[in-house]
Design a binder for this molecule. Structure first.
Ligand code: ZN
Length: 244
């Protein structure tokens, strides 16, 4: 594994996923890991699942949307928009997709040095949000590997613990130095919320300890048209153009 692509929060956006995979191939990516929320919000949950599985990813983590779409449990803590989208997504998934999503782990280790989780290493099933330095520092207390990748907030960012202090950054690339610990949000492929509409993912090169935060343009209009045609809430199409 020379170049690992970390893809998260695809949310049924096939156009964004396809564009990200093109970019990853151009970058020489030879392994993929998914940090969860493959489905929910977008119009192509099944196609995204199939495409992801065809990549033979080294790991796939379960997100809250994956969990809730996989069975008929009550939609606790979901806002109206998310609940409507989950209800629609449930009707698209067959038994095979549901059982596959249900069986995904909440967190995993890729190696001694790298762990993966959807929301936070600090009680992953609490689905808490790690957005700011204080939340990052708290999450890092529960981090067991030197480098932890997560998603869930749809906000690409990195927390670095160095000399007992946690610093947060939103740089385009990072060089990971000895003695540092990192908690890194890969951003969202299918529904970025940092004001940039382009699909986000992270690229990790273990041999040189380098991390690149990639942004990729995709066919936004085609994706929006599918959401509207599917009868999903129009706001789910609109927000994609604003990156929110
Ligand atoms: Zn998500």
């Amino acid at each position: 594994m020379d170049k690992l692509a970390l893809i998260s929060d695809i949310h049924g956006n096939l156009e964004a996923l396809t564009a990200v995979l093109h970019d990853a191939r151009d970058q020489g990516v030879d392994a993929y890991a998914c940090l969860g929320d493959i489905v929910g919000y977008g119009a192509d949950p099944v196609a995204c699942l199939e495409l992801l599985r065809s990549l033979a990813p080294v790991a796939v983590i379960q997100g809250n949307h994956d969990l809730y779409a996989a069975d008929d449990r009550e939609l606790m803590r979901f806002n109206t928009l998310a609940a409507m989208a989950t209800d629609w997504t449930r009707r698209q998934l067959g038994p095979d997709e549901r059982s596959w999503l249900k069986a995904l782990p909440l967190q995993t280790r890729l190696s001694l040095a790298v762990e993966l989780v959807h929301a936070t290493p600090n009680n992953p099933d609490s689905w808490s949000y790690v957005r700011h330095a204080g939340e990052g520092a708290l999450a890092m207390l529960a981090q067991s590997a030197r480098l932890c990748f997560y998603g869930h907030t749809h906000l690409p960012t990195a927390f670095c613990l160095r000399d007992g202090a946690v610093a947060q950054s939103t740089a385009a690339s990072y060089d990971l130095a000895e003695g540092e610990r990192w908690l890194v949000n890969a951003g969202s492929v299918g529904q970025p919320r940092d004001g940039d509409w382009r699909a986000a993912y992270a690229l990790y090169e273990p041999s040189i300890q380098r991390l690149s935060m990639r942004r990729v343009e995709y066919d936004l209009q085609a994706c929006q048209a599918k959401i509207l045609a599917a009868g999903l809430p129009p706001r789910l199409a609109e927000r994609l153009a604003r990156g929110q």
